[in-house]
Design a protein around this ligand. Structure first.
Ligand code: GUN
Length: 284
């Protein structure tokens, strides 16, 4: 069997079109567009690429978009004051503080200071808790994008064995909760797990560890769905995922490529979250 590709690039374009229409409806109804403020501290080159892409997408979709960039010498207190100013700004519906932050700033303190109703990353403990309890809230963008991919291929996870590899707050844990809330049987693997054994019985594999080709194709159950969140630079300098793609695609029913899979979905879901946050705020 050769797997069908889940085309994240095409699906992200579709989500952006939906969000653009929703943003236009917000602007028409309330006289202003959804607004997102992205905060970047220091000169991390990858962060600059991500933030520029978020800003560009926000503008294309008709959002208000602000990029606040500060030198790495910004103090934690000064950054807290920035967050508080954005919390109070009526034109800002979404606040995203780009991670990683410089070492002298405790990112937990900063994330906890963001108004949960503007927390479009879904990283605040209140939103994480809402997700944990199966209640509505803002959901982290990458796992939300993975769920949207499963919806797109009309795959119902009810009662299915879903194996999440990785337990980060950004992807693994929220992914496990989203699958659980959708009635899947969920296993979360980490560095102490027998990953091969778990993958062999998985109907759905979500790999989010950041280790090149950790998941071997021969482990994949024939007909499984493989979602690869990894974005690694391989020994040959090429981008590759956490899954050995060439061999996994011979066994899976559906698989996401890297690049062009989960990656493009993340920013699209960020814009989705921002429009949802705007609708909630403005309806009050
Ligand atoms: N750094 C890498 N990915 C992310 C993300 O999704 N959100 C934020 N805020 N920072 C990141």
């Amino acid at each position: 069997m050769t797997a069908q590709l889940i085309d994240g690039k095409a699906l992200a374009a579709k989500v952006r079109e939906e969000v653009k229409a929703a943003a236009a409806a917000v602007t028409q109804k309330y006289g202003r567009p959804p607004g997102i403020a992205v905060v970047r501290v220091g000169e991390d080159p990858a962060s600059l690429v991500y933030v520029s892409s978020k800003e560009k997408t926000a503008r294309e979709l008709g959002f208000g978009s602000w990029h606040h960039h500060f030198p790495a010498t910004l103090s934690q207190g000064e950054l807290l004051a920035v967050v508080q100013r954005l919390n109070a700004d009526p034109l800002v519906d979404g606040i995203l503080v780009q991670l990683p932050l410089p070492k002298h700033i405790d990112s937990n303190v900063i994330l906890a200071a963001i108004d949960p109703s503007k927390d479009v990353d879904g990283f605040h403990a209140l939103n994480a808790g809402q997700l944990f309890q199966g209640r509505p809230g803002l959901v982290p963008c990458t796992p939300a994008g993975c769920m949207r991919m499963l919806k797109e291929i009309a795959f119902d996870v009810t009662g299915k064995n879903c194996v999440v590899i990785g337990r980060s707050n950004i992807v693994g844990r929220p992914m496990a909760m989203l699958l659980l809330n959708a009635s899947a049987t969920v296993t979360v693997c980490h560095s102490k797990s027998d990953v091969a054994a778990e993958v062999r019985r998985a109907d759905v594999v979500v790999a989010a560890v950041g280790v090149s080709k950790l998941v071997k194709g021969e482990w994949v159950k024939p007909g499984a769905i493989v979602i690869d969140v990894g974005m690694n630079r391989g020994a040959d300098g090429k981008l590759c995922g956490d899954v050995e793609f060439e061999t996994a695609k011979e066994r899976a029913a559906w698989i996401t490529p890297v690049p062009g899979g989960v990656g493009p979905m993340t920013i699209a879901m960020l814009m989705h979250n921002t429009v949802v946050a705007a609708q909630a705020r403005l309806a009050k």
